[in-house]
Design a protein around this ligand. Sequence first.
Ligand code: CP
Length: 305
Amino acid sequence: HMHIISMKEFTRDMIDHVLEVAEEMEPIARSKSSSDLLKGKVLGVLFFEPSTRTRMSFEAAMMRLGGEVLSLGSVDASSVAKGETLADTIRVVAGYSNAIVLRHPMEGAARLASEFSAVPILNAGDGAGHHPTQTFLDLYTIKRESHLEGLKVALAGDLKYGRTVHSLCYALSLYGAEITLVSPPELSMPSEIIEDLKKKNIKVIEESSIEDAIQDVEVLYMTRIQKERFPDPAEYQKVANRLQITPEVLKNAKKNLRIMHPLPRTNEITPQVDKTAHASYFDQSFYGVPIRMALLCLVMGCLNE
Ligand code: CP
């Protein structure tokens, strides 16, 4: 099977293909119509952590392709509450479905699931690890609203625990990006990821001031401080509210700066920014539907090629 576990497994050609398929899907998503490409197929939906966008855009994507969704519902109401292992849950749900989308708090959960699954696994976030389907929609947004090749981009916020930026770095490195990292020192990008980028000759700049970082970039990718990943709540309080995008902060930004955010946000982008021409984060969340339509088609083989 083709599983979607990490961006590290995708070549530029494979990514470009997914983005092209998503472009074909976008009119269906935008017009809120449907097709029958996945008629008769069932998507198993296993979310062991909260979600709005990822879960609902996967479900919307499956429905717009004529397929059906089968959800675990609340973890508390399932046999996970009785102590059933992830491996056993996956083996069982694979018997009921044609593919499984999985979000789990444990890093490596999706990889583990793929070892026990008779159907494709789509990683919808594994702890502080990876969130590859988010990266596909991020790339789609960048392609639509800016450009991918040689992009000047700043990644800001929680670069330590933020799985979306971990996955995004690997993908951007395939397009020769110049990457500026902005975070409190306690939340900097894991050194192994920075080393991987440097091995690919990607220029990585570490910057402490958000105002300085945004003067020269075309995309600012902001992230939420991942409160739920902090072992000690006192450590979270030290970094909460450290970075915030306001219209004032954007005074020296390039006119064509695009601000992205995987959402949900807390207070790192103030609502006043939503009205500016820089704000791309709600368009970005919409692109989750055509991208996930493309990915579901890819793993369940509904494309004629
Ligand atoms: N971007 C994202 O993963 O959002 P949700 O947690 O709401 O799915």
